[in-house]
Design a binder for this molecule. Sequence first.
Ligand SMILES: C=CC1=C(C)c2cc3[nH]c(cc4nc(cc5[nH]c(cc1n2)c(C)c5CCC(=O)O)C(CCC(=O)O)=C4C)c(C)c3C=C
Ligand SMILES: [Fe+2]
Ligand SMILES: [Fe+2]
Length: 364
Amino acid sequence: MTAELHRTGILLVNLGTPDAPEAGPVRRYLREFLSDPRVIDINPVARWLLLNLIILPTRPAKSAAAYREVWTEAGSPLLVHGQALTEALRARIDEHPIELAMRYGNPSIASGLERLRAQGCDRIVAFPLFPHYASSSTGSAVEKIYAEAGKLWNTPYVTIVPAFYDHPAFIEAFAAVGRPVLDDFQPDHVLFSFHGLPERQVIRSADPGQCLPKPQCCASIHAGNRNCYRAQCYETARLLADTLELGEGDGSGDTDFKAGLQWSVSFQSRLGRTPWIRPYTDEVLVELAKSGVEKLAVYCPAFVADCLETLEEIGMRAVEDFKAAGGKELRLIPSLNAHPSWVDATQALVSECLPHPRALPVVP
Ligand SMILES: C=CC1=C(C)c2cc3[nH]c(cc4nc(cc5[nH]c(cc1n2)c(C)c5CCC(=O)O)C(CCC(=O)O)=C4C)c(C)c3C=C
Ligand SMILES: [Fe+2]
Ligand SMILES: [Fe+2]
């Protein structure tokens, strides 16, 4: 074996989470997160007013209470699962240092890059842990990675793992996690509930005229909508439903509710009064219950780790809403977390982006 001239480090990057489930740390986290112009994409004065006069006076206390419902002894689920994934990858990959970073909060991207630099890395494969491209998640993480890498004297060579919404290893990982739950639960219907986005943000990601309000714009992925978050989400749902042999569902991208199908798609976690991409999860849950669905399984494939949005919004609040609308049982399918099939997929996705090794010259 020849030694390598360069050393490539792997930086896993997720969204971020507060340091503690209390109003103060949640306010700090939300301030950083929601000040990002890729997240609240309005003019800076309006953003400042919205944040400081409407969101930050009330939301931190409410969100902190929700975080307390899901917080673990080891910390926030998003961070704990990220650490477990990092450890599982380290156990498999010897030759590349691996670090975890968060776009907002801790551990920061700057600290992650510094830890890799301290281990001798001059090349980085950065892996934004978002299956679907959104300017507010992937775009923001990539911008920050480049900005922090660009501050270093020796700027590392950075490769980014692209969105992986249709990657066979990602689809297989989610199928592997869901299969035992579905076999045991035998649901009447499977709902794929993705994190939502303001409509204007997805329209901006696609070519002009290729996205909303064009009907059926998410019925397939093509060159005009390949970076549309909604179209990518529908593609994940269709591939997963196919792999799991779920039967007939609604992968058309239509927003009207259709009864009597085996699976459907919806979007959760909306914020504010601006229109977000439809159909909305909280409305679909009620329609499903009213149409006679008693046992509902919910996948959240926009998240590779369980977090507030899966455990509290779906695992607790949606469970109540579904029952209140006449449903019997809603079961949340766990996220990928550090499941062995996701560790396989992560390894495959990173390996596809590793630079070609260059051997250290032999000095006579
Ligand atoms: C899956 C990728 C994500 C996208 C895209 C995204 C966009 C987005 N989010 C908000 C507002 C909030 N999101 C919040 C939590 C949250 N969001 C994601 C992922 C994406 N967000 C995750 C993984 C989490 C959970 C973090 C955790 O600590 O567990 C929150 C905070 C919680 C709350 O107060 O409700 C907000 C706010 C917007 C506005 C947006 C795009 C415009
Ligand atoms: Fe979010
Ligand atoms: Fe679209």
